[in-house]
Design a protein around this ligand. Structure first.
Ligand SMILES: [Zn+2]
Length: 469
């Protein structure tokens, strides 16, 4: 059923000025992990974010909560972002998770937003707090219900600026709660109570990114709990959950009636000290969870009831749990959410060949010489004929001394011819040179495909309530 649970004793409570007031309706989501530019693929980013945006907006339309709580890790790479990148992702987040005017949004920081304790810088922390109007510790009163919101990374207990500020604020809040409780019970309260704001006491609900200390997810049995291969992995204090010490302090200072947390990406319902319930909300991103979920809480000053809405493909399943522990406990029902028509338009695709590599693998150079050889032979023959003529000259020399000079002249002419042959030979060498490029390899080593604009339009969404036990 696509609807809020009803409280069994709703009629008897929550009166403002004698008039019956409806309970507060709150939606709680965690670990949206909006992808940055370092991790993941752009196509995956478009798909996941489209699914998250449409599911969130559809859920907002169906459920119309008065208040939405975002339990950290809103961004995946907030801890690494430059300010330009951070502002870009914050803008995208606020567009995807836009709420109607009149709906309040409260946020707590997660380790992916500002880093785990060891890597938090004042700059990163303050820019997140400013962008989402939050602070390390906040107390919020809404329709008579009190919430305490906490930056989990401020509970390291090492006396750093962030931790000291958080501890001071928590001590103040602890006093404020004690004073309000004492006054509402008609007790005489110490003078310190006069310095605090007066409000009607309601046992607070603690909202934070890390779960309270637990050894693992082994005892989590809700339908969207961690898979078997992850369930028994021991939790590391300050990494997977708060430390034992910090959890103990929070129980003492806040004395919450319920704790709601995120961070593990899997659903879990546990009872601390056999009395105080904690619900860990699984990730709202399809990248982290096959069946993402969010929590709907109906709350009055004294009672509350939670519904975990779990998405499975086109169907939104609801897991009900009653935290006044006297009614139905866990009960599953479903609500079909069908997307009727999805239009995906790729507006501009740009293909850029970034690098072309041209490699000439083998060059063969052959100089063909046959004709030159022939010419050379002819030169040789002429040379021989010269020799013969020389011989004849020699023979004639004795008898024809007079002809000597003429022979000498002829010899010179032979020498000249020989030289001309040499020159022709050289010219032959130059005339016939064959250059063969035997193998040319062309490799395109880098091609960049950029999809510049993708337009995805959902033109019709149909919601069909369908009840199943
Ligand atoms: Zn986290």
């Amino acid at each position: 059923m696509c609807k809020w649970p009803t409280l069994p004793h709703q009629q008897a409570e929550g009166t403002i000025g004698g008039m019956k007031s409806p309970p507060l309706k709150a939606m709680i989501i965690a670990d949206t992990h909006i992808l940055g530019w370092r991790e993941g693929h752009w196509l995956d980013r478009i798909r996941r974010e489209w699914m998250m945006e449409k599911s969130f907006q559809a859920s907002m339309t169906i459920h119309n909560p008065q208040v939405v709580f975002m339990l950290g890790d809103l961004l995946d790479e907030g801890k690494w972002c430059s300010s330009k990148e951070f502002n870009f992702h914050v803008k995208r987040f606020k567009k995807m998770f836009k709420v109607p005017s009149g709906t309040d949004v409260y946020t707590v920081a997660g380790n992916h937003d500002i880093g785990f304790h060891y890597m938090i810088s004042d700059y990163n922390r303050r820019r997140f707090d400013k962008a989402f109007s939050t602070s390390p510790v906040q107390m919020v009163h809404k329709d008579g219900v009190t919430f305490v919101l906490l930056n989990s990374m401020a509970m390291e207990g090492d006396g750093c600026n962030l931790c000291s500020q958080a501890i001071n604020d928590l001590e103040d809040i602890s006093w404020e709660l004690k004073c309000a409780k004492g006054i509402s019970e008609g007790k005489e309260m110490p003078a310190v109570c006069n310095g605090f704001n007066k409000f009607k006491y309601s046992q607070p609900i603690l909202l934070q990114h890390f779960p309270m200390y637990r050894t693992s997810d082994a005892n989590c049995t809700v339908p969207d709990a961690a898979p078997l291969d992850e369930k028994y992995i021991p939790f590391r204090e300050k990494w997977d959950c708060l430390s034992q010490e910090a959890s103990k302090q929070l129980f003492e200072w806040i004395n919450p009636r319920l704790i709601i947390s995120g961070h593990t990406h899997h659903g879990c319902y546990v009872l601390h000290n056999e009395f105080t319930p904690e619900w860990t909300v699984s990730s709202f991103s399809w990248r982290n969870k096959k069946n993402p979920s969010f929590l709907l809480a109906v709350i009055t000053e004294k009672t509350l009831k939670l519904v975990s809405a779990i998405y499975q493909m086109n169907t939104q399943y609801f897991l009900y749990t009653s935290l006044d522990r006297n009614t139905e406990g866990f009960l599953s029902s479903s609500c079909k959410l069908r997307v009727k028509k999805v239009e995906l338009r790729v507006i501009k695709v740009e293909l850029r060949v970034k690098k072309v590599e041209l490699r000439v693998k083998k060059v063969e150079l052959r100089v063909t010489k046959s004709s030159c050889e022939l010419r050379k032979s002819s030169c040789e023959l002429r040379k021989s004929s010269c020799e013969l003529q020389k011989s004849s000259c020699e023979l004639q020399k004795s008898s024809c001394e007079l002809r000597k000079s003429s022979c000498e002249l002829r010899k010179s002419s032979c020498e000249l011819r020989k030289s001309s042959c040499e020159l022709r030979k050289s010219s032959c060498e130059l005339q016939k040179v064959e250059l063969r490029v035997r193998k040319v390899e062309l490799r395109v080593t880098k091609v960049e495909l950029r999809v510049k604009k993708v337009e995805l339009r959902v033109t019709k969404i149909l919601f069909t309530p369908n009840f199943q036990v």
